[in-house]
Design a protein around this ligand. Structure first.
Ligand code: 6GU
Length: 270
């Protein structure tokens, strides 16, 4: 049963550290460096946690970093797991739930995403105001864990309006021209066809990616406040006529990592 698995993973972590984070942060593709710049207290490798899904993607490290941003205790996931790796959705969101069980009340989700909205450019940051996750299975499918949340959770404000105000204010302080929009999660691992991207646009998507919405739902299910920020690393298929490759995603993420660091730090401190 999933709740037992979560309890086991939690005890596995608790054997190594009793650190109590206030905020959880998941770092997206190419954005993992952020964790190296904080006041680190300790690391726990995913591989050391019994039953924990370990990621296989290059450029994704696999560990929890515990430490402080200013005075705020945070737990950072340096590398996440994705549905396209073959895990059940309930395993994909296990780390998110664990961060909640460690004590985090708020969670900041970040990702590298493709731009659908033509007013976006590679290197932009998009604050996620809402998401579309109807093309991937809900992470809440299966027996409900009544210990952590209700069977039919409300999703009318997945991305906290209060946290959105904080992200806008923080971007302003950093001199960042923050974009806003709807994130659509697809399974990957392939990028989309131009026709699929036109579909996403008709559905109301501004950016497309392979993560985040599922984690946001799992976090809301357990009552966490959620905040999401996409780094637009490239325009999606057909929006630009360039073919897409993961290398390019990494390169743009690297290029904006300074701005990203400033923004995330400001968000946490605010
Ligand atoms: Cl264009 N699509 C998806 N699904 N994920 C991405 C992306 C595109 N660009 C970065 N991540």
């Amino acid at each position: 049963m999933m709740y037992d698995k979560l309890r086991k993973c939690l005890s596995s972590i608790r054997e190594k550290t009793d650190f109590k984070p206030e905020i959880g942060l998941i770092l997206g593709s190419g954005l993992g460096d952020y964790a190296d710049g904080i006041k680190v207290e300790t690391f726990v490798q995913y591989a050391e946690i019994e039953g924990f899904p370990v990621s296989t993607v290059k450029g994704h490290k696999g560990r929890f970093v515990f430490g402080y941003v200013g005075e705020t205790p945070v737990v950072i996931m340096q590398g996440r797991v994705h549905y396209y790796e073959g895990y059940d959705m309930s395993d994909v969101v296990l780390p998110t739930r664990l961060m909640g069980m460690m004590g985090a009340k708020k969670i900041i989700l970040t990702n590298a995403a493709g731009g659908i909205n033509e007013t976006f450019s590679p290197g932009d940051f998009m604050m996620i105001t809402d998401h579309i996750s109807t093309h991937v299975p809900s992470p809440l499918i299966g027996p409900n864990m009544d210990e952590i949340g209700t069977r039919f959770p409300d999703m009318s404000e997945v991305y906290s309006k209060k946290l959105q105000d904080i992200v806008r204010k923080s971007a302003g302080e950093c001199g960042i021209d923050l974009k806003e929009g709807v994130y659509i999660q697809l399974t990957g691992p392939n990028y989309e066809t131009p026709a699929e991207i036109r579909m996403c646009r008709i559905l109301g998507g501004d950016a497309v990616g392979m993560s985040t919405a599922c984690e946001a739902m799992a976090a809301r299910h357990m009552g966490l406040e959620v905040c999401g920020i996409s780094c637009i690393t490239n325009m999606a298929a057909g929006v630009s006529d360039r073919p897409l490759d993961h290398q390019e995603v990494q390169e743009i993420a690297d290029k904006v990592s300074g701005e990203f660091k400033k923004l995330i730090t400001a968000v946490i401190e605010n």
